[in-house]
Design a protein around this ligand. Structure first.
Ligand code: SF4
Length: 340
């Protein structure tokens, strides 16, 4: 875990028993009991928080519209709220008119994107998470040292596209899983590896072990580049998984870290684990037979969605809510230069 460690055991807090009172109405008292285990940390990370503040501050300073290349973070609730304030989301810079203000998302962008923005004299602010930028710098460092770079990550994810776009074509090879690590044939010469920040800690350890065995001289970080928020949320969901009949992870299907949380929960002993993009999308039949429900949220999911889910559940069940916290986080990133 990365952060202020609390103890070897998660700290359990009884958050509330919202429907258990002595004088509750009969219909209320008849609700079936449901025990909730809340994973902590969960939800927003420092990089997502900063990216949202970047868009809000850009809107405040420059006025609407402020264009945002790609979803600023992978969460529709966040995107829709920023749209309501005047943000306009575009897939590529072609959607930004000359002279427009544009923000690059937290996932990072290939070098070609700021190059194009400069060519078109667009006014841009880069909201790339500093922990992703750190991986970009690692890639450049390896390239300067004439090392071919193996990028461990998932094809098509914007962070991977952004990181691979830091180096000229052919300077990096993508490795997506342990099978690819066993078969990858990099060009002869020195090698290095870097990783996407939102991968499964356990899967990545296996991939790195395969690479280190095949290429003992490979350079790379001591373990991987997985960020503190991904590491901590996976540790927290592990702490609730084995005691839960079902784990719901609030997060979007295109959110890598949310998908990994769901997989980690399932592999760590949860009866079942499902992704829930929004509380109102809950299919109530999944709760049939569930006595203990685990809840977590991906790094791009706001805490209010957890509150909304608990309120929905409280309408049908007598809830007993416990939070299991594995580590305290106090990471905050400053806004980037033009807005700081
Ligand atoms: S998940 Fe990690 S790398 Fe991604 S934005 Fe959050 S802190 Fe940064």
């Amino acid at each position: 875990m990365k952060g202020r460690h609390l103890s070897d055991e998660p700290i359990t807090t009884i958050v509330g028993r919202p429907n258990v009172t002595d004088n509750m109405p009969k219909a209320f008292a008849d609700k079936p009991p449901l025990r909730i285990l809340l994973a902590a940390p969960r939800g927003f990370c420092a990089g997502v928080d900063r990216a949202i503040r970047v868009v809000e501050e850009a809107l405040r300073r420059y006025g609407a519209p402020v264009y945002v290349r790609h979803e600023i973070v992978h969460n529709r609730t966040v995107v829709e709220r920023l749209e309501a304030k005047g943000a306009v989301f575009v897939d590529e810079l072609g959607g930004v008119p000359d002279g427009g203000h544009v923000v690059f998302s937290a996932h990072g962008v290939p070098k070609s994107v700021p190059d194009e923005a400069r060519r078109r004299a667009l006014l841009y602010v880069d909201a790339t998470c500093p922990l992703v930028s750190k991986v970009h710098r690692e890639a450049e460092r390896h390239f300067s040292a004439a090392r071919h770079v193996l990028m461990i990550g998932h094809a098509g994810h914007p962070e991977v596209e952004g990181t691979m776009g830091q180096l000229p074509a052919g300077a990096m090879t993508l490795v997506q899983d342990a099978d690819e690590a066993r078969t990858v044939c990099p060009p002869p010469g020195n090698l290095a590896f870097i990783t996407q920040t939102t991968l499964s800690v356990d899967d990545t350890a296996e991939i790195v072990a395969v690479l280190r065995e095949r290429f003992p001289a490979i350079s790379g970080p001591k373990h991987e580049d997985i960020c503190y928020a991904t590491t901590n949320r996976q540790a927290a969901v592990k702490a609730i998984a084995s005691g839960s009949d079902l784990v719901l992870v609030i997060g979007s299907p295109n959110s890598s870290n949310s998908q990994r949380l769901r997989e980690v929960a399932e592999r760590s002993g949860a009866g079942r684990a499902l992704l829930l993009p929004r509380p109102e999308m809950l299919d109530w039949t999944v709760l049939d037979g569930v006595e203990v429900l685990g809840i977590s949220a991906g790094a791009s999911a706001p805490e209010e969605l957890v509150g909304a889910l608990l309120r929905l559940l409280g309408n049908r069940y007598a809830l007993a809510v416990e939070e299991r916290r594995v580590v305290d986080e106090d990471v905050v990133f400053r806004l980037p230069a033009p807005l700081a």
